[in-house]
Write a protein that binds this ligand. Structure first.
Ligand code: RB5
Length: 174
């Protein structure tokens, strides 16, 4: 029921805002730097998404991991969040097995809003309502095509502003 109500609201706002393209209203423009990081469980998907980001015209800051040696997702979530927080990157993509651990780690850094997405709708809503600046995703949860669709949706959807500005501001006010 809640999901259905949200879907209707989302449809209405998408209709009002029209079709978005990366060259006008998007929060990150071609040429901007986007950071990406994963643990070992997210490595393969991270590499696919890294190539897609490059194909979208972004400069990619790859923060690892870069081989299948078992590593700890908090280290990579923190490295990614630091890059977004200190301005080395305008946005980020975080991948682990479920996306849960690395999103928790990233969200411990002030000014980072990491959203765990599972499909195009959640990727769009993360931008439109939450102004998320990090997309987190689980390589063991979604298939590669879905993850790629999430990436495109996340990076082409602008923040809707309006009533959402107040709510997003409250996220950093605590
Ligand atoms: C690694 O096995 C796994 O725990 C990690 O990738 C992630 O899913 C944690 O949230």
């Amino acid at each position: 029921m809640v999901l259905r109500a949200n879907a209707v609201e989302h449809e209405e706002s998408a209709t009002n805002a029209g079709k978005f393209s990366m060259t006008d209203q998007a929060f990150v423009q071609a040429g901007d730097t986007v950071a990406i990081a994963s643990d070992h469980a997210g490595l393969s998907l991270k590499e696919t998404l890294r190539e897609d980001l490059e194909g979208m015209g972004f400069t990619v800051l790859n923060l690892g991991t870069n081989d299948e040696t078992s590593v700890d997702y908090p280290d990579f979530g923190r490295a990614l969040a630091d890059a977004v927080s200190d301005g080395r990157a305008k946005a980020g993509v975080a991948v682990c097995g479920t996306g849960i651990g690395i999103s928790i780690a990233a969200n411990r850094v002030p000014s980072v809003r990491a959203a765990l997405v599972h499909n195009e709708m959640t990727a769009e809503m993360a931008r439109e309502h939450n102004d998320a600046n990090v997309m987190a995703i689980g390589a063991r949860v979604v298939d590669v095509d879905t993850a790629r669709a999430c990436l495109r949706a996340f990076f082409t959807t602008p923040f809707a502003g309006g009533r959402h500005e107040r709510r997003v501001a409250k996220l950093s006010a605590a």
